[in-house]
Design a protein around this ligand. Sequence first.
Ligand SMILES: Cc1cc2nc3c(=O)[nH]c(=O)nc-3n(C[C@H](O)[C@H](O)[C@H](O)COP(=O)(O)O)c2cc1C
Length: 210
Amino acid sequence: MKNLFFAAVLYLAFSAIPTAAQTTTLPKPNMNRRTPSVMQTFAQRKSDRSFSNRNIDRQTLSDLLWCAQGKNREDGKLTTPTCRNWQEIRLYVFDNRGVSLYDPQAHSLQQVARGDHRKLVAGAQEWAAEAPICIVLVNDLDKPQKYDERAREMTAVDVGICTQNICLACAAFGLATVPRASMDREGIRKLLKLSENQQPIMNNPVGYAK
Ligand SMILES: Cc1cc2nc3c(=O)[nH]c(=O)nc-3n(C[C@H](O)[C@H](O)[C@H](O)COP(=O)(O)O)c2cc1C
């Protein structure tokens, strides 16, 4: 009986640890990527709601995630500012194979769920599931040391800045996106096993315009 108990504890402990195969290091962000000027990028920024079936290549995904909130300084700070440098925004990438969590410090993706769950992100707006990837922005309210109403407001601001980084990077890279609040939040929370303090706030379906 005792052995069975220890076997169960060991199984639960190790099944929660992701295997090396589930972590993918992304190619280095391409700092020489050819992009329009800042002014042209702002001129091109708009919401797109129809996506072709063209996939996003790994270099483009790498560049996009780095712009969204990649590490851009030796001290570990990011392309996206966050209140008091909480770095509380989690980016989950949904595609037709699974869901991965972006690690800005390692510039890698760690798979956290298998299968195509883009419909959860689309919610009632079914067209959003046609985008090859959907990035879901989750604010982790366990990160701020003092979690109160003001902290909640600040993390909403942080999410807004991050989603705008994604919108502007998409405009610069010729990608289609729209910042969205709609999604099946409960379904996503269950799938990703989020805590009460981790809430999906916004999402960006990303692809090429139809
Ligand atoms: C906080 C926020 C939430 C939004 N939620 C949705 C949404 O759930 N679905 C959608 O289709 N568009 C959504 N949008 C996109 C807006 O409808 C869009 O930005 C607005 O119509 C202006 O169009 P533009 O982005 O092309 O300038 C959202 C935008 C913001 C800023």
